[in-house]
Design a protein around this ligand. Structure first.
Ligand code: OAD
Length: 241
């Protein structure tokens, strides 16, 4: 079968999917690599609605700790290169991230969609308000808006919940002519399936990772190595045309 790509260089619309691997060299551990988050914590206890209902104290402690660690780290050359690409490229650049950190924004990226939520935001399940939070939250912390205790939860997406902004993301996937996945293991859906949607609609698909992801065969091109080196190299090529 001969695939016909809709792209003609320069690409008009680039969609970049990022995962934990892009923030690893900033000092934020990934989930599934050796020593990763899911080796130290039980995913069912800290990243599901059931776990939260069973032990909200434990879940708040987990996210309080991660929030504290996030405030100590900085964007690395991979985040900075993507911000440069958005600023300097002739076409549109959109970052869709599974990461709950704010390192893309701190690097200067403007068009960022967080499908798994944001660590520095908290939501009140009683009044629905979402607000910025850099400090600690406890099960009985009152909501700053409605004043009621017991309703606050991290504004992150847990297993069994629907990721945020999917309609906008699928629309962008259907329109992009270049799809690049950076530092994601390709194991968590729907994000792991984005490459298939982009590829079927004619986009050229590039994987940037330390080692092949689960869904690696779906990509046309592979670039393996640390994101802090490979991403700036790739961005340089893109900007040189
Ligand atoms: P994973 O921990 O599953 O995968 C991290 C990926 O990054 C792996 O493919 C590594 O090879 C790669 N990697 C590690 N260090 C790297 C480096 N320096 N440079 C480039 N690549 C590197 O993380 P995600 O795929 O992001 O969801 O995980 C997806 C979702 O699973 C997360 O958003 C989170 C998690 O459970 C929720 O909590 C809902």
């Amino acid at each position: 079968m001969v695939l016909k790509y809709k792209f003609v260089k320069p690409y008009q619309k680039i969609l970049i999917l990022t995962g934990a691997g892009i923030s690893a060299e900033s000092g934020i551990p990934t989930f599934r690599d050796p020593g990763g988050v899911w080796e130290k914590y039980d995913l069912n206890e800290v990243a599901t609605p059931e776990g939260f209902h069973k032990n909200p104290k434990l879940v708040h402690e987990f996210y309080n700790q991660r929030r504290k660690e996030l405030l100590k780290v900085r964007p690395n050359p991979a985040h900075l290169a993507l911000a440069e690409l958005e600023k300097g490229y002739s076409g549109e650049v959109l970052v869709v991230t599974q990461n709950v950190d704010d390192l893309h924004e701190r690097a200067g990226s403007k068009r960022v969609i967080h499908i798994h939520g944001e660590l520095l935001k908290v939501r009140c399940e009683l009044c629905g308000r979402v607000f910025q939070e850099t400090g600690e939250v406890f099960p009985h912390t009152p909501c700053p808006t409605c004043g009621r205790p017991g309703g606050l939860r991290p504004h992150v997406v847990w297993f069994g919940e629907t990721p945020f902004h999917l309609e906008e993301v699928y629309e962008a996937l259907l329109q992009c002519d270049l799809f690049v996945a950076i530092g994601t293991s390709g194991t968590v859906y729907p994000a792991a399936g984005f490459v298939e949607v982009a590829r079927r609609s004619g986009a050229y698909c590039v994987e940037i990772n330390l080692k092949p992801a689960e869904n690696a065969p779906l990509f046309h091109e592979h670039r393996y190595g640390p994101a802090s080196q490979v991403v700036p190299e790739w961005v340089r090529e893109m900007l040189e045309g």
